[in-house]
Write a protein that binds this ligand. Structure first.
Ligand code: GLU
Length: 427
């Protein structure tokens, strides 16, 4: 991986290009190419062995013109401020493209949950809130799960927030466990959302989903549910790749007759790492992790981290690939994007493709505010409607103006945020 890669620079370059296309004023550019607020802080934790450790945490609020800031919290050993900045900006475009009344933010803590006990992780979550309780909240900034965080982390954060404030605020955070203010369907939402957009794209391309094959990068929450729905609709997944904590590298698991999701889930840890010895016994070919991109299939789904499809590997993509659905945030570098554009590979850009999670988070907040919870079918029906509507709005603009899908999505999102900022009298 390119060590000089900077996600924030990439997010700013993408924004600058759209700003030119939309002919934005200097003030609009200044406002939107930089986050509005940033919090950087230390979280002291007493570890299980009695030692003290200090973890660095961030919360970056990119923009709240459309509503309170919204975005996940990542736990990752390689987290950087610039990555969180980029992710906060992409959240602004994400909430905007699906037209929900929320802004964009992101949080991160530099830590590796693989090496932390539950108690230590709980202390990080509670410490995070102790530093930030004045700057987050249901009407300010609402966190959610992201890479290596889940409903349990959200509940610890909520509990600390409610302990400090002395009141109950179920809408302070989303992605909570069902029964504790969580929404049915939230766990599935990001992955299902990816496939709702894939389904619509395939229809437009006159391809029958049950004749298609796919290769996935990542086997965490997004991939697992995306594969589930894709399989239900008849698609065949030939390959998934994932991180192997023991070997500190990734492996790709390939089966030409199609992977069996249940079988793989049975040998997968809670971070999405597949047991390679057991996988071999089950007849999977175990390949180096970067092979996922070379698989001859119709659809590629990068659903792990940023900076994965790059100038270096983009030409390894097979000529069979017709569609790339970006389940991850920022998986494709601008250099790779240019190549994909030229090759005519259809892209469902990240902040549209993976917006199902935040859309369902919005539904979770709505249900918390009403204190009345919908059935799973109702949640997923509303999610499908939102994702499908957003997809078609973008693809219509792309067709009419002959734009690359990413550019069309950016134009719709940025335009909405600019209009809201103008309406508020900011610019
Ligand atoms: N972390 C998810 C994302 O990147 C979900 C954010 C949310 O639900 O607020 O979209």
């Amino acid at each position: 991986m390119d060590k000089s890669f900077n996600a924030f620079k990439m997010a700013q370059d993408q924004f600058d290009a759209v700003a030119d296309k939309l002919n934005l004023s200097e003030a609009s550019r200044e406002l939107l190419r930089t986050p509005m607020r940033e919090y950087h802080f230390s979280i002291p934790v007493k570890m299980d062995d009695g030692t003290s450790k200090i973890f660095r945490g961030f919360r970056i609020q990119h923009n709240d013109a459309l509503g309170p800031c919204k975005g996940g919290i990542r736990f990752h050993p390689q987290e950087t401020v610039d990555t969180v900045r980029a992710l906060s900006m992409w959240m602004t475009w994400k909430t905007s493209v699906v037209d929900i009344p929320l802004g964009g933010s992101k949080g991160g803590v530099i830590c590796d949950p693989h090496n932390l006990s539950d108690r230590e992780q709980e202390q990080i979550c509670r410490g995070w809130v102790r530093q930030l309780h004045k700057n987050v909240g249901p009407l300010r900034d609402i966190p959610a799960p992201d890479v290596m965080t889940n409903g349990q982390h959200m509940l610890w954060i909520l509990d600390e927030y409610e302990t400090i404030t002395g009141e109950k605020y179920p809408g302070m955070i989303t992605g909570k466990p069902v029964g504790m203010g969580g929404s049915l369907g939230r766990t599935e939402a990001t992955g299902y959302g990816v496939i709702f957009t894939v389904r619509e794209a395939l229809k437009e391309m006159n391809l029958k989903i049950d004749n298609t094959t796919a290769s996935f990068q990542g086997f965490g929450n997004v991939s697992q549910y995306a594969i589930k729905l894709y399989n239900q609709l008849g698609g065949k997944v030939l390959c998934v790749s994932c991180w192997d904590q023991q070997d500190q590298t990734s492996y790709a698991f390939y089966k030409k007759e199609g992977i069996n999701l249940e079988e793989l889930l049975n040998i997968t840890d809670r971070f999405g790492g597949v047991d390679k010895i057991k996988a071999k016994e089950l007849g999977y070919e175990v390949l180096p992790g970067d092979k996922w991109i070379e698989i001859e299939c119709d659809i590629l789904v990068p659903a792990a981290m940023e900076n994965q499809i790059t100038g270096e590997n983009v030409n390894k993509i097979s000529s069979n690939v017709k569609l790339i659905a970006e389940g991850a945030n920022g998986p494709t570098t601008p250099e790779a994007d240019e190549v994909l554009k030229k090759r005519g590979i259809f892209i469902i850009p990240d902040f549209l493709c993976n917006a199902g999670g935040v859309t369902c988070s919005y539904f979770e907040q709505v249900q918390c505010n009403m204190n009345y919870f919908w059935s799973k079918d109702e949640v997923l029906g509303k999610l499908d409607y939102k994702m499908t509507t957003a997809y078609h709005k973008v693809s219509k603009l792309a067709r009419e103006k002959k734009l690359y899908m990413r550019d069309a999505a950016y134009m719709i999102s940025v335009d909405r945020v600019v209009r809201a900022s103008v309406a508020r009298g900011w610019i």
